[in-house]
Design a protein around this ligand. Structure first.
Ligand code: ATP
Length: 458
């Protein structure tokens, strides 16, 4: 049995989120330009998604806050290694053998394939037919380099970004003149030929990982494992994920990734259940010792003070950008029956509010003239928009009533709406409306950049 660590979390069993909520989130993602099926005009492409203008901004913000958090730690350096690598890397890492394989069964009647951990009993969950014995299926994505498609030309799209870090370990250590302990971070694409991509962007065949590999003395590995586990949980909480929707599960021996001596999965309570969003692993000396053996390079670390040589142990934190995005999205999604505005009659039965943390909000500021048929208002609003564009991700919107425009911005998590009204023409000011409280205040246009910067950093 996996051990669920409670710490200070309250695990919420009461709220069983429905398929209905999932459908609404998927619909909002499409409708408002966050996520599109890949190659949609050709009917899509299984397990692959594109991120539209708002999805791009949200992903970018997630990567930025992750980088900022990582770089705030001492002794961390970044890397951008290639997706394509010498196939020997994947031999050494264990990814071409059983380690990186899913166990599959096939239904003898409808021929659908399932991962063994997705079915209980020995019947097909779809049609009730008999199923075959489990078979291993490697999920590395094969490709060819060069003009001849033979065995010698085979390589793989990387299945995880961290291998690029391990094979560059000596370069980084020596050229950056680092001493243990230190960390290397990398954000980049990873590919897995998932047998059963599902749950929207939760399990896809192409995704981005944000990985941190911490190289340390073997005797310090447990201490740093706990340190990083806590840092990563705090990161989600600081970004507003509700405590009751987050938990950490210690994975027992036999169920861990093939390289892990110790493993904690940070899980989020998605509409379809508790699922991993991030893994924290103690990889021991698995990677460096294997790469040493296979490459013939001595990847041991020389401790100049003690004169001792050893393979550093590695603590890894690994999260998928899209999975994190999905968790932030689900957590932020709110429906308000009858709407939030009490002063005027709500235009809709249900209002959607996407309460993303300000640092994640794809659009920080929307600029809205009160009405669009008054050229003076439009002119001033466009001036404000141009003034702010160099500093914030902004949107100019003049279509529809002001209430409707506020709701449209709330739906996509825009942090602040600025309204230019008739008073603005006289006083050279505007109204700033805060998304979560709907509180409004008047601010002079000359002070608006500073005010917004302060509010976004608060
Ligand atoms: P799972 O058990 O869900 O397949 P995993 O344990 O294989 O995940 P890791 O190899 O530890 O995952 O990868 C680290 C992180 O990369 C995961 O926590 C997840 O956020 C992300 N990730 C892994 N596989 C996928 C995928 N197919 N689609 C999207 N994100 C993924």
């Amino acid at each position: 049995m996996s051990k669920i660590c409670h710490w200070d979390f309250v695990i919420c069993h009461s709220e069983i989120m429905s398929q209905d909520k999932m459908d609404k989130i998927i619909s909002l993602c499409k409708r408002r330009g966050f996520v599109f099926p890949s190659s949609e005009i050709y009917g899509g492409f299984g397990g692959v998604y594109d991120f539209g203008p708002l999805g791009f901004e949200l992903k970018q913000n997630i990567k930025n806050v992750w980088l900022k958090a990582m770089k705030s730690q001492e002794n961390i350096v970044p890397l951008d290694s290639a997706i394509l690598m010498n196939p020997k890397v994947w031999q050494a890492s264990g990814h071409l053998t059983a380690g990186f394989a899913d166990e599959l069964v096939e239904c003898k009647s409808c021929h659908k394939r399932f991962k063994t951990d997705e079915i209980s009993g020995n019947k097909c969950p779809e049609c009730g037919g008999k199923i075959t014995k489990p078979k291993k299926f490697n999920i590395m994505m094969k490709t060819f380099v060069g003009p001849v498609e033979d065995e010698a030309a085979v390589t793989y799209l990387r299945g995880e970004t961290c291998q690029g870090i391990y094979v560059n370990y000596l370069n980084i250590l020596n050229l950056m003149r680092l001493k243990i302990p230190f960390g290397v971070i990398q954000i980049g694409k990873a590919f897995r030929n998932e047998v059963n991509p599902k749950n929207f962007i939760f399990r896809t065949r192409e995704f981005e990982q944000m990985e941190m590999e911490w190289f340390c003395e073997p005797k310090d590995a447990d201490k740093f494992f706990d340190f990083w586990k806590e840092q990563r949980i705090k990161w989600y909480q600081d970004l507003g994920i509700k405590k009751e929707n987050l938990r950490a599960v210690e994975i027992p021996e036999g169920k861990r990734a093939h390289y892990a001596k110790k493993q904690i999965d940070i899980e989020y309570h998605f509409p379809f259940g508790w699922k991993e969003i991030e893994g924290v692993h103690n990889r021991g000396d698995y990677d460096l010792s294997n790469h040493s053996k296979h490459s013939g390079e001595d990847l041991k670390y020389l401790d100049e003070e003690s004169g001792q040589k050893y393979f550093p142990h590695i603590i890894e934190t690994s999260v998928g950008v899209e999975r994190a995005l999905f968790a932030f999205f689900c957590d932020a999604y709110q429906e308000i029956k009858g709407g939030r505005t009490k002063t005027t009659k709500a235009a809709k039965e249900i209002e959607i509010l996407l309460k993303l943390h300000k640092s994640l909000a794809p659009i920080k500021v929307a600029v809205l003239p009160l009405v669009r048929n008054k050229p003076e208002l439009v002119k001033k609003a466009k001036e404000v928009y141009q003034l702010l564009r160099p500093y914030f991700t902004c949107q100019y919107d003049e279509l529809g009533s002001i209430g409707r425009r506020y709701r449209r911005q709330d739906e996509t998590a825009t942090a602040f709406c600025l309204t230019i009204d008739f008073e603005s023409l006289e006083k050279d000011d505007l109204t700033i409306r805060e998304r979560d409280t709907m509180k409004q205040e008047r601010v002079k246009i000359k002070d608006i950049t500073k005010t917004l910067k302060e509010k976004l950093e608060a």
